[in-house]
Design a binder for this molecule. Structure first.
Ligand code: AMP
Length: 146
C-alpha cells in the first residue's frame, strides 16, 4: 500500500458513521496520516454565507437545521480528535463535491461507506460508486453492516 498522508472521511449522518469513522481513525493512526472529515449538505437550500458553498463552522447562523448539522459534525470530529482546521461542511451534490474537495485539498485517500446493493438500487448507483468515478485519488469503500 502506498503511504497515504491525507485521508478524508466522508460522513452522511447515518447510523453507520461511527462504524466507518472507527476504521478511518485506526487507518490514519497506523499510517500516521492526517485525517479530515467532510459532510456535504444536500438536503437544505444553500445557506447565505460570505464563503460561497463552504459553511463556516465557527460562526452561528440563524438557520436551526444548519446548526444541527454543525453540531453533529462537531460531535463526531471531537470524538475522533480531528483538528478544527480539518473539519468541513460544504453545500452541494455529494459525489461531485467530495471528489472536487479531495483534489483541492490534496487528499490521497477518500473513505466512504458502501452498502451491498442489488437490482434497481445497484443500477441507480450509490455515493460510493459516484465518488469512485469522479475522484482522481484512491477510494476505500468500507462495507457497511446489513
Ligand atoms: P450512500 O451510497 O448514499 O448510501 O452513502 C454511502 C457513503 O457515502 C456514506 O457512508 C458516506 O461515506 C458517503 N456519503 C453519502 N452521502 C454523503 C454526504 N452528503 N456527505 C458526505 N459523505 C456522504
Amino acid at each position: 500500500m502506498s503511504q497515504y498522508k491525507n485521508i478524508l472521511l466522508t460522513i452522511d449522518f447515518s447510523e453507520h458513521d461511527g462504524f466507518v469513522a472507527d476504521k478511518a481513525r485506526d487507518l490514519a493512526k497506523q499510517l500516521n496520516a492526517e485525517l479530515s472529515i467532510l459532510h456535504i449538505l444536500d438536503d437544505i437550500p444553500m445557506p447565505d454565507t460570505p464563503y460561497g458553498t463552504v459553511i463556516p463552522l465557527n460562526e452561528d447562523s440563524s438557520y436551526p437545521m444548519l446548526e444541527a448539522e454543525k453540531t453533529q459534525l462537531k460531535q463526531l470530529a471531537d470524538k475522533l480528535a480531528i483538528a478544527s482546521t480539518d473539519r468541513w461542511l460544504i453545500w452541494g451534490e455529494p459525489k461531485q463535491e467530495i471528489a472536487l474537495f479531495a483534489e483541492r485539498e490534496k487528499i490521497d485517500l477518500i473513505i466512504v461507506g458502501s452498502h451491498g446493493r442489488h437490482g434497481l438500487a445497484l443500477l441507480l448507483g450509490s455515493t460510493a460508486n459516484g465518488v469512485l468515478h469522479h475522484a482522481k485519488c484512491d477510494v476505500l469503500a468500507i462495507r457497511l453492516p446489513d
